[in-house]
Design a binder for this molecule. Sequence first.
Ligand code: ME8
Length: 513
Amino acid sequence: MPETFYVTTPIYYVNDVPHIGHAYTTVAADVLARYYRLAGRDVHFLTGTDEHGQKIAQAAARQNLQPIQLADRVVEDFRSLWQRLDISNDDFIRTTETRHEQQLAAIMSKLVEQGNIYSGHYEGWYSVTEEQFVSETEAVENDYKCAMSGTPLQRVKEENYFFRLSKFQDRLLAYLDEHRDFVKPAARFNEVYSRVKEGLRDLAISRPSLEWGIRMPNDPSHTIYVWVDALCNYITGLNYTDQQDAWRYWPADVQLIGKDILWFHAVIWPCLLMALDVELPRCVFAHGWWTHNGQRMSKSLGNFVDPSGYLDRFGPDAFRYFLLREVPFGRDGDFSDESFLRRYNSELANDLGNLLSRTVNMIERYCDGRVPQPGGSTAQEDSLQTVGRQLAGRVDSAFVDCKFHTALESILALATEANRYIDSTKPFALAKQTDPASRERLRTVLYHCGESVRLLGVFLTPFMPGSMSRLFEQLCWDQLERMPLSQSGQWSVLPAGTPVRQGPPLFPRTDRK
Ligand code: ME8
């Protein structure tokens, strides 16, 4: 049985259309899923939508819709964006689906029976935009506005059911002590650790005044707090209650989230799992936030980057590439048209696209359109081969830490090296010579170009699947799906004699803004 790999994204609120932040996490999860599929693992990739709660109810009311009508509409925007972005999720969960609702009720009943839930009273502040209870201190600090969105906090005075979060504080701390990789990057781990050390307070996990949600099984006059509802998708999506087939994917290998929802995923979620006696995920990775032209994106400024324009113009791959190349995963970054176009032209159109077209073109012209048999190597080939041979290891260790940016850097280094190799070996000059030594040298050089292009295609496939399959069409190499990465990611795999076929440029250069 192959080793499993389970990756999740947050499930997204359906109060509004998807934007770059949603695309970012989902593309990153997709790249992981595709990479580990290539590596031969039994992958499960789950994404979905978070459809209950006050925020959705209010958004629906503003549009004179029932919440489910709004959800049914917006969920299609998410699905179609994922399709356009070439996202290969294995499942898509909506919290309004019966499979989720039934299992969530069972989960809550279990917590109630265990005595981990009790009835209490909450009086304080609530942020509807973040669906979060806010402490008095934090409310005062932010002038009674939500720290994230700036919208006014709501005063809440209600009877709630509480989850005994505080009971799990010591267990969570002990767990964190032993599992430093549970939260990544390390700076986020430290943040979580010190906040847990400060103390955990029990968490209100039901809302008595809210219609739009799943009912508490012990008291149908309450709906389950939307964050508890949402977090459980990661296990209800695997049929937690029957623990058959899909349950083999648990524990998740990586749960990708944005830094703003770290507390829920690195504190509340593990404590819920501990209460349920379920193993914790191996890693919660919090990525940073994008700004747009140096400005924070917000609804009021109306400056969210909408992926559609880029997808219309460039297709999915350039956008996918840019998101993971521009900023180390985990750090904040800025999106601008200029930086997008700069990377597109210099790295995709020039370094990569030109390398492919030069290579295919020269093999067509000088070697009858077939990858030649290489002769003996020189120091020039040795240094190119060294870069090629090191690639598999470098990319693999980058993936273990979600260092997409480092992986891409190593991959692009091979393209740079191959371009330099062409410049220094001058195959176009060799082709003018007719002596046997020059002919053999030409064959060696063009084989090395072809093999570099193939290897680039292999490791770029998770990032840019569509373009790389077009690259393989030009190279007439169709073994990717048939070989494990441990084989396809090695040097000297391209068989001599393989035909090549020039195609349209992978990434046409663009000067237009
Ligand atoms: O939080 N840059 O959903 P959501 C990068 N339903 N990422 C950004 C971003 C930005 N400018 N703006 C938002 C929820 N995000 C809950 C999750 S999971 C059990 C429930 C990211 O639709 C943000 O960090 O508000 C978060 O990870 C994701 O978008 C979903 O946001």
